[in-house]
Design a protein around this ligand. Sequence first.
Ligand SMILES: [Zn+2]
Length: 109
Amino acid sequence: MPARWKNDKPMSRLAFESRFSDEEACLHYLAEHRWPEGFVCPSCGICNGWPLKRNSATWECASCARQIFVTAGTVMHSSHLPLRIWFLAAHMVASIRNPLVLFLIGFTW
Ligand SMILES: [Zn+2]
């Protein structure tokens, strides 16, 4: 099996801007990848929940009413930066092929 990092190419900037156009799109992406088979409550294990209407970054378990942040356990959770900025930074880093550029970004961010 070939190494993915050698063969996978990041999406174009245009495709990125289209797919992650706002916070909701980023939240949807995170939820899809956090719970690929659908929401699972970490407390009771029940597979039914929904995002809160007033804050779609938070999901509520249908059984125990525990509220779980989609970003919980990630570096994005305690950040005040919008998710879109995190996603953009990840896309930029993934798009860079020259390690010297990564070194220089460390000094400017
Ligand atoms: Zn629960």
